[in-house]
Design a protein. Structure first.
Length: 179
């Protein structure tokens, strides 16, 4: 384990998110992670923050072909055109949800009745890659035009943003992140 990954686990993973900008950040990063390791994305996180306007969805939604070309040349991020275009598309859809529901946070937490799902895992092998809720959220996001939001990506998003607590029961963070 490297220090970046340990720090992320020990301070951020599984902490319930209620700030829309943070939700958008996790949405971009989880989409970028598809097919890669989370460590790879974590190491590039600051470059992503800079490249994607501090994860401001209103700014990212206005990115055009010129910005896409700049991002494709940015070695600090994962230079996958489909993932970059997805982040821009998702920024537009993200804002539409904010308009429709007041906040993205309100929309996403509604899937778990505004309460964190607390699992009781004793072994890493018990933690699923997807859940029924992840399938529901994935379907809802896709219906609203989001891309790179399959159920596996959505479940990772749920874990990262604290919709679900998947820390092992003996992990010191298990009780710390519960709401």
């Amino acid at each position: 384990m490297d220090d970046v990954y340990i720090k992320y686990h020990d301070t951020e993973w599984g902490v319930p998110v209620h700030e829309d900008k943070k939700w958008f950040e996790f949405l971009v990063l989880e989409g970028a992670q598809a097919g890669l390791s989370w460590r790879t994305v974590l190491r590039k996180r600051e470059s992503y923050r800079e490249a994607f306007a501090g994860f401001d969805p209103l700014i990212v939604a206005k990115f055009d072909e010129n910005e896409i070309e700049k991002l494709m040349a940015d070695s600090g991020i994962i230079r996958n055109r489909r993932k970059i275009e997805s982040a821009i598309n998702n920024a537009k859809k993200f804002h539409q949800i904010e308009v429709e529901f007041g906040t993205f946070d309100r929309f996403i937490w509604s899937f778990v009745d505004y309460k964190q799902v607390v699992n009781v895992w004793a072994n890493v092998s018990e933690i699923p890659a997807v859940s029924k809720k992840a399938h529901q959220i994935s379907h809802a996001l896709k219906d609203k035009g989001f891309t790179f939001v399959g159920p596996t990506i959505v479940y990772a998003l749920m874990q990262a943003a604290g919709l679900v607590n998947d820390h092992l029961v003996y992990c010191f963070r298990y009780t710390e992140v519960q709401t």
